[in-house]
Design a protein around this ligand. Sequence first.
Ligand code: FES
Length: 78
Amino acid sequence: MSDTIEIKASKNGPYLIASGATFTDAAGNVKTLDGKMVALCRCGQSANKPFCDGTHKKINFQAEEATLSLPVLEGAAA
Ligand code: FES
């Protein structure tokens, strides 16, 4: 298992997270992103939060591209 996770903020679009990441949603459900990239809303207007539903294109969301490599905190992995 990698000890860092990479999050890419796409130009004018969502946060992209590679497969293998685990997160807990607002209802407390733990989800693992097995084998696929996930897009999380960065514009705040998605009707399917925390996921991107493409609304950023309709509202002409503007933001710069960036990539973050963050350490996985001990005990945070499921
Ligand atoms: S970033 Fe795509 S809907 Fe918000």
